[in-house]
Design a protein around this ligand. Structure first.
Ligand SMILES: C[S@@+](CC[C@H](N)C(=O)[O-])C[C@H]1O[C@@H](n2cnc3c(N)ncnc32)[C@H](O)[C@@H]1O
Length: 229
């Protein structure tokens, strides 16, 4: 699948994240009503890193998604292609070994990692199937993948309310707190254009991953997809 239905090219996505980097964590907390913290704990338990395992946190941004993995004792490599996000991350979390890299062509050798994960990043990658194949390439045989991404609420009436939130409330709130409110209109559009749980499971499998499992969080607002090399 491609991002053809969305309006931003890869360099525009990187520039967009450069622009929101300074207030990124605060805006996230507010827009998700602090649910993002629960979602990050769920990612940690899905990755279930053992001490000293090597874990790639792709599209790590400022490193917020990497911290739980680091605290669990995994050797975690945060990788992102937005220089702005990396700069803020390096300033706020100087001990994290940030690596600049594009999901479409990862700067790592084959079978480098025990586990790979991507939180709220895959939706932005120009071709998610290529990104998932790259993640497979850098994972050792038997290693695992955890994708955390926005998805579709499973209860129809709630889904309607949530769609309203995406179209109206989210851009309005972001307009007040974010350094680049327009990017949150893109966020709402990109969430709506993204496949549902079953659709993403098919994409993960098509990229070569096995045994795909899905877990809904917050009624399906977010879904975790877990799979094995
Ligand atoms: C919404 S942020 C998520 C950051 C972090 N994972 C978190 O959970 O807070 C999405 C990140 O994906 C990064 N990204 C998007 N496309 C990418 C690509 N092709 N390669 C590397 N990073 C990418 C953006 O630069 C941005 O930092």
């Amino acid at each position: 699948m491609t991002r053809a239905s969305l309006s931003k090219a890869p360099h525009e996505v990187a520039a967009m994240f450069d622009d929101v980097a300074e207030r990124y964590d605060l805006t996230n907390d507010l827009l998700s009503l602090w649910q993002d913290r629960r979602w990050r704990r769920a990612v940690l338990s899905a990755v279930a890193p053992k001490p000293n395992e090597r874990v790639l946190d792709l599209a790590a941004g400022t490193g917020t998604s990497s911290l739980p993995l680091v605290f669990a004792g995994a050797t975690t490599i945060p990788c992102d292609f937005s220089v702005g996000m990396l700069k803020v991350g390096k300033r706020e979390r100087p001990r994290l070994p940030f690596v600049a890299g594009d999901a479409m062509q990862l700067p790592f050798g084959d079978e480098t990692f025990d586990a790979v994960t991507i939180t709220f990043g895959l939706r932005n990658v120009a071709d998610p199937t290529v990104g998932l194949a790259e993640l497979l390439r850098v994972t050792r045989p038997g290693g695992r993948l955890v994708v955390c991404e926005f998805s579709k609420p499973t209860f129809a009436p709630f889904r309607k309310v949530y769609d309203e939130y995406l179209v109206r409330a989210l851009p309005a709130v972001a307009g007040r707190v974010s350094s680049d409110p327009e990017s949150y209109t893109y966020l709402a559009e990109s969430i709506q254009a993204w496949p549902d749980q079953a659709g993403l499971a098919r994409i993960v499998a098509a990229a070569g991953w096995r045994g795909v499992q899905v877990r809904n969080l917050s009624g399906g607002i977010v879904a975790l997809h877990r799979a094995w090399h």
